[in-house]
Design a protein around this ligand. Sequence first.
Ligand code: B1H
Length: 834
Amino acid sequence: SGKEIWPRGDENVWKDGTRAIDKDVPDVTKSIINHVNTSLARQAYNIDDMGAYQAVALAARDDLLINWNETQLNYTRKAPKRAYYLSLEFLMGRTLDNALLNLGLKDNFTQGVDKLGFNIEDIIDKERDAALGNGGLGRLAACYLDSSASQELPVWGYGLRYKYGIFQQLIAPDGSQLEAPDPWLEHSNPWELPRVDVTIDVRFYGHAERLDNGKAIWSGGQEVLAVAYDVMIPGYHTKTTNNLRLWESKPKRGFDLNSFNAGDYEKAVQSSNSAETITSVLYPNDNTMVGKELRLKQQYFWTAASLNDIMRRFKNYGKPITEFPEYVAIQLNDTHPTLAIPELMRLLVDEEDVPWDKAWSIVTSTFFFTNHTVLPEALEKWPVPLMQHLLPRHMQIIFDLNLTFLQAVEKKFPGDRDRLARMSLIQEGYPQYVRMANLACIGSRRVNGVAELHSELVKTTIMKDFVEFFGVSKFSNVTNGITPRRWLDQCNPALSTLITETLGCTKNEWLKDLYKLEGLLKHVDDPKFQKKWAAIKQSNKERLAHHVEVTLGIKINTKAMFDVQIKRLHEYKRQTLNLLGVVHRYLALKKMTPEQRKKINPRVVFFAGKAAPGYYIAKLTIRLIVNVARVINADPDTKDYLSMFFLPDYSVTLAEILIPASDLSQHISTAGTEASGTSNMKFCLNGGLLLGTVDGANIEIAEEVGDSNVFFFGHLTPAVEELRYQHTYHPVPVEEKCPALAAVLDEISAGRFGDGSVYEPLLNTIRQGDYYLLTEDFDSYIQALSMVDAAYQDRTEWIKKSIRTTAKMGKFSSDRAILTYAEEFWNIEACKVP
Ligand code: B1H
């Protein structure tokens, strides 16, 4: 006791005890059995798959923890510049399989588990997804964490520990979507470490009293506690194991003793309820802003806790506060964490006594902002009265920043009042609104979009004035990427093995340098290789068919072409276009003679995806898909040639089954609306061909794989605005504009797939206004589908296209993307664990 030098006691005893024990198969079984007996208090005589999963997870976790500790200690010792990825969503999926593969222990665990009488895949299947995200934005954050750790970069994620992730989707007997809560934490979660000692006080409401030189005191209101939960993020074949810190909200005092003693029990518990509500649920909207007060509370709670934590860690470095940006870079994943900007100003000015201008220069050297959408309905703006009430000090800071900023704009563009109104952080009106994208832009060092086309659109539309003010060099592009560990090695192990055998390098080498896939090109014409390639696709299709048979009780023809569209339901993504295309095909098949039909390649169309619970048209689309599928699948004339399925409750785990099984995937958004898309990359990496519009990352995929290996259709982005104008001011009836589409709509209205009147609101979005331009693109879509049919007739040529596609996907590794952020924005380097 009283010993100042750490470690206490005998250093060698500590060191000897601190090493990974799960190495060979006997170590693995010993560790699993130990966890069965001690952590779970069970025995060989009463352990089922679920228990085995828990014990195996704990055994794997032991190894992760050793690495995690070493990594964090190393960061503390070397004190490198660190980057922080602030995201309200982390769509992680399952962890066990990924952890075993990254640790290089999958084989030993497979054998160990086998010796104990279990099957590793059954055990893996017991895990629930961590689904703390809506779609692409959340999954991108998860891929970036995997790549950061794999590249040994000192990067932490910060997010919220929602008690309920994205809702569970059920399909009612009438075909409508129902939502149920996702209680993912019901069974204990072995992948998180509660840090009851790491807590931060977060204030809401109260009042802000101005002092001189820009400072203020914020007091009163309500304080809640943020408690840290740490999630280990292992890199692939490296010791580096990074951290994802998720905050949970707790009441600061369990009971208000005054109210309690006065006999008002309910009031005493109420304050604790409202504190706990903050992190209770993920808002289920993708690409849409819903201005709920609780959502704003989530955003502040999370950014305040994260920034305070980051500040505390920076202070441990013992450097002067002015050097903050030399040690800290913070990436804002869309505008959701924009409050971090006024929050850092508040910390610096009010608590660290930094002069206002110096504080602003620290802030604007620290933050980086990624925009993920140009859709107007997704741009965040918050009512000033709401923000005033909830965050009075931050509202002051925003007004003060706005004044200085607009003065600078006025100086550069004298007398341009319209420009001032457009660029202001405040949108005038009753009420006024705070424009979060404007604030994120002026508070950040760099602003980027997520694919070439999207980044151009950011510069020419929503950020046009800001480009003119700051200069174009502040704005750039980082095309999204995906991790090839999860999205090839883990979800498609047979293909991964074939690739390794073929490339003549280790799996580790090509998974960390994905451009090596180009080595497959030499083998495109080798019939033996083609045969192996095709056999793997076939067995993945059978795996999917098996899954569908088990979950839906339906048998699928695995010789058919598997045509897949899986993504959040949204009008701009145009699932309706695909659906109407299927109906068109169905009607054509019905008109054929049995002889004619025999020449048709059978096709199975898969849909999956969730609709935001309040998005009426998206939910109606699901209902129509389900009911059209019922009719088509039951029709004896056509069912051998065309069938269609809506797979409920789309998730990361379901994607891992669907993607390797697809022959064709559809990414058919109205040009200019899908910022990037990332599943397009996943399908192509797994040798599925792409049918899409000239939008988002589809364009760059085509650039890589060559136009002859993708199927493009539809109008281009520059035409969209003009066409929309025509639809608004010079509408032409669908019957005239696109008779083929009109015929399809009429069949639906006439009740061919159940009561047509139910679907009128959906059909009317096309008949009137047609904002997403289905009538403009339908004919070329149908044409593209026949090109797909023609191409599929020549199976060898199709397989060659498939191989070429995989071979040219190197660019789309999230390692490339994260290294771009690290080198061009954050200025951080790899920090290797010795
Ligand atoms: C994307 C979102 C998004 N863009 C608001 N924007 C949300 C906006 O809960 N909210 O309020 C949630 C999500 N998500 C997606 O990001 C794009 O649509 C994709 O094209 C892109 O690939 C993905 C990752 O960059």
